[in-house]
Ligand binder design. Structure first.
Ligand code: FMN
Length: 324
């Protein structure tokens, strides 16, 4: 009998499939639907640092009484927070699925205080989406330092597991992952998908790119999952970005992931895809006499294959030299 139970960031999951933070996780109704569809955990829609700040600013501008601005700003922040906390509380009381709250941040500020209230509301863990772009105005290690400082500060405030949703453009990903683990982070998500942009050549304007990922995006996720999992021990990894099929989920686990986050595929194929994926994963495990996820988790990671170079540069040369 196949058992799909797994752990991610210290949480017990009935299966590795996690609904990634998105519009599909922003209400109790939608979360209940995800739970009925069989999901193993959910990451709530992020509370955005910018969203709170810009909303506050706009409201402050429409008042003629500058002295009211502080009051209004505080009210707006609390209102946003109250709704978020209510969602955590109601999900915890009406669902059994583990709830990972999410904050999208870019600097150390008052949101770290909010993290404590998120914990008190009953969230099982907190995922941080650190959205920092260094367009040349900061030093070389600004991005990495931001992750480190944020985790350091947060660990002073909360005891629930902290999960970091990583950017792709980190120069030494295993090194940073190891540092975050030593600071107390329990898991990382590979990767965050930044807002995609494009250029409209007719209008010569910046536009937005596709909202959803493609199956071909998964290759990078897989490579780095395998490398980090082989290099950094006892740090749970969830694959994200480009998971579009049950095969991708199996590949992610073989590369060393404990959790598999789904987003685009849920939007594009609907929630039934969860059950289909779980059934196919069970079948695949059955055929190979694997009874638990641990039987094959990390089997093909960087540390466990005889030629780790398969994940590295030499493959690049082979790959392209076969094309004439
Ligand atoms: C409509 C939509 C809303 C999203 N909102 C958030 C969010 O609030 N916070 C966050 O960390 N990621 C958010 N994401 C990113 C997803 O969580 C995920 O990282 C990304 O879509 C890559 O995974 P995928 O390839 O499975 O789609 C959103 C994605 C979509 C498509």
């Amino acid at each position: 009998m196949v058992n799909l139970e797994t752990t991610f960031a210290g949480l017990h999951l009935k299966n590795p499939l996690i609904a990634a933070s998105s519009g599909l996780t922003n209400s109790l109704k939608k979360i209940k639907e995800l739970e009925s569809a069989g999901i193993g955990a959910i990451v709530l829609k992020s509370l955005f640092e910018e969203q709170i700040e810009s909303h506050s600013e706009k409201l402050a501008q429409i008042t003629d009484y500058p002295e009211a601005a502080d009051y209004i700003n505080a009210y707006v922040e609390m209102n946003h927070m109250d709704k978020y906390l209510d969602l955590i509380r109601s999900t915890k009381s009406e669902c059994n699925v583990p709830v990972i709250a999410s904050i999208n941040c870019y600097k150390l500020s008052r949101w770290t205080e909010f993290a404590k209230t998120i914990q008190d509301a009953g969230a099982d863990a907190l995922e941080l989406n650190v959205f920092v772009i260094n367009a040349g105005e900061f030093g070389d290690t600004y991005l990495e330092d931001s992750y480190v400082n944020i985790v350091k500060e947060l660990k002073k405030v909360i005891r629930i597991p902290v999960v970091i949703k990583m950017a792709k453009n980190i120069s030494n990903l295993p090194g940073l992952a190891g540092k975050l683990k030593s600071l107390g982070a329990k898991g990382i998500v590979l990767f965050n998908r930044f807002y995609q942009l494009d250029i409209d050549v007719k209008k010569m304007e910046i536009t937005s790119g596709p909202v959803f990922s493609n199956p071909s995006d998964f290759s990078d996720t897989l490579r780095w999952t395998a490398i980090v999992s082989g290099r950094v021990h006892e740090l749970d990894i969830a694959c994200s970005y480009g998971v579009h099929s049950w095969e991708d989920a199996i590949k992610g686990i073989l590369a060393g992931a404990g959790g598999i986050q789904l987003c685009s595929v849920l939007y594009e194929q609907g929630l039934n895809v969860i059950e289909n994926m779980l059934t196919c994963m069970e079948e695949w495990m059955n055929q190979r006499n694997f009874t638990t996820i641990d039987d094959f988790k990390g089997k093909l990671n960087y540390a466990n294959i005889s030629s780790p170079s398969l994940y590295e540069r030499v493959q690049f040369m082979k790959y392209f030299s076969s094309y004439k």
